[in-house]
Design a protein around this ligand. Structure first.
Ligand code: HAM
Length: 418
């Protein structure tokens, strides 16, 4: 028997209400903040992600799904959304539009990870990108939207972690101080970190290995190595977040797992949960990415959140999510003549915009009523032999049990009225 591939899952109908709620809330938030939707392909040229996310990140080194198609092109299933959106920004000359260009997306993301609760090989992200603005107020607005989205979803006890990791001017000196510091602890580092020490020392700060965590705690802080411009940007951002009433913790170990970030980085997750898979959403500024992908120098900031992680937290926090719309009317019948009328009436109800279902086959009336109950139908129309003879139908209110006999040609109007 076939099963869904490891790290993927089916979203069954009974789960859909959580997904719909998450997506609906996210899209509404995006529109409220002035974002417009963009959809990009599921796969891109492999080089796009290596170039933007970074050759020496876990994602590109170990997690991308890359395939060669029949013409020999190397393609990668998107392991995140930002690179694709920036590629589209450059490809379609969006620098000619009023800036910033604010785009949102929701799509499947593929990463070959070790599956566990909250970590999958296929997951879904809702994300926003504001491209073409350097003002720290744009950073504050993106963070505010993320925070307000979680509030609208009813999620509580979240923390906002914030850091600034500088720019190409001030980062090299900071990396040097990290190399120096970590060099003194080389023997206690995990194999991955020892390898990365020379090539990408920033990655050492968020290593989750037990032996590396205490070393990272004592590492130099990026915010103490910022150039004047980055330092002023970070000060302004903190001021704007204060003005918005958003509380945050500056965390010097927050560097994020993608290499394109400059200046601001942030993550939002449940208070007190340290594991990486607990983070619900994260983002940051990526002022060099558009240029790296062949566009002009264009500052930008964005954020993405996993739909699965939102759903996980909605359930964990017992957020009351309304049932997805279920058919309001069930049409039950007895006998062949009743069935004919039921088919006709169900079709008429649907054509008038009323969600209706009817039984098939020859089930007993009792079984049909149970069926109606399982749908959560508010009302059942019953058409039996005697009703057909009278040219009428019974309308039963499933909540009160009240029944009413109504002429067949008036049933649709009556149901649509109340
Ligand atoms: P990211 O932090 O790698 O950022 O992913 C964003 C969110 O996707 C995470 O906070 C988490 O909720 C979810 N997520 C990531 N990996 C998995 C997984 N394996 N299983 C389930 N959920 C997962 C980015 O991808 C950036 N593109 C965000 C961004 C947008 N930065 C600027 N703009």
């Amino acid at each position: 028997m076939y099963k869904a591939p490891r790290g993927t899952s089916d979203v069954l109908p009974e789960e859909q209400r959580y997904w719909e709620f998450a997506r609906r809330s996210a899209f509404a938030a995006a529109v409220t903040y002035g974002y417009r939707r963009i959809d990009t392909p599921t796969f891109e040229d492999a080089g796009l992600f290596a170039r933007s996310i970074g050759e020496q990140t876990d994602i590109v080194e170990k997690e991308v799904y890359t395939l060669e198609d029949r013409s020999g092109d190397k393609l990668t299933l998107r392991p995140e959304g930002t690179a694709s959106v920036c590629r589209a920004y450059v490809e379609h000359g969006m620098h000619t539009l009023p800036q910033p260009v604010k785009l949102y997306y929701e799509c499947a993301i593929f990463r070959y990870e070790r599956p566990q609760a909250g970590r999958y090989r296929e997951h879904h992200q809702f994300g926003i990108e504001a491209i073409g603005e350097q003002d720290a107020a744009a950073d504050a607005e993106v963070i505010d939207m993320a925070w307000q989205l979680y509030a609208a979803l009813g999620l509580k006890d979240l923390v906002l972690l914030l850091n600034s990791i500088g720019c190409r001017k001030c980062r090299p000196a900071y990396l040097e101080s990290l190399r120096l510091y970590y060099g003194g602890h080389r023997d206690r580092l995990c194999a991955d970190c020892r390898r990365r020490l020379e090539r990408n020392p920033l990655r050492l700060l968020d290593c989750k290995n037990d032996s590396c965590v205490p070393i990272a705690d004592g590492a130099p802080h990026s915010v103490e190595h910022l150039c004047e411009e980055c330092s002023a940007h970070f000060d302004k951002l903190r001021g704007y977040l204060d003005a918005l009433g958003l509380a945050f913790d500056v965390n010097h170990r927050l560097v994020r797992g993608l290499d394109y970030y400059t200046k601001t980085v942030f993550e939002i997750g449940p208070r007190g949960e340290g594991q990486a898979q607990a983070t619900i959403g994260g983002g940051g500024r990526y002022d060099d990415l558009v240029e790296q992908l062949g566009g002009r120098a264009t500052p930008a900031i964005g954020f993405a959140t996993g739909i699965e992680r939102i759903v996980l937290n909605l359930k964990k926090q017992h957020v009351d999510v309304a049932e997805a719309m279920s058919p309001a009317v069930y049409v039950a019948y007895q006998g062949e003549a009743g069935k004919n009328e039921a088919i006709r009436l169900t079709a008429m109800l649907r054509r008038s915009g009323c969600a209706a279902v009817s039984a098939f086959g020859e089930r007993r009336l009792k079984a049909q009523l149970r069926h109606a109950d399982s749908f959560g139908a508010r009302r059942v129309v019953i058409i039996g032999d005697s009703e057909v003879e009278d040219g009428a139908a019974l309308i039963k209110d499933m909540k009160t049990g009240e029944q009413q006999k109504v002429r067949l040609d008036e049933v649709a109007e009556r149901l649509n009225r109340s």
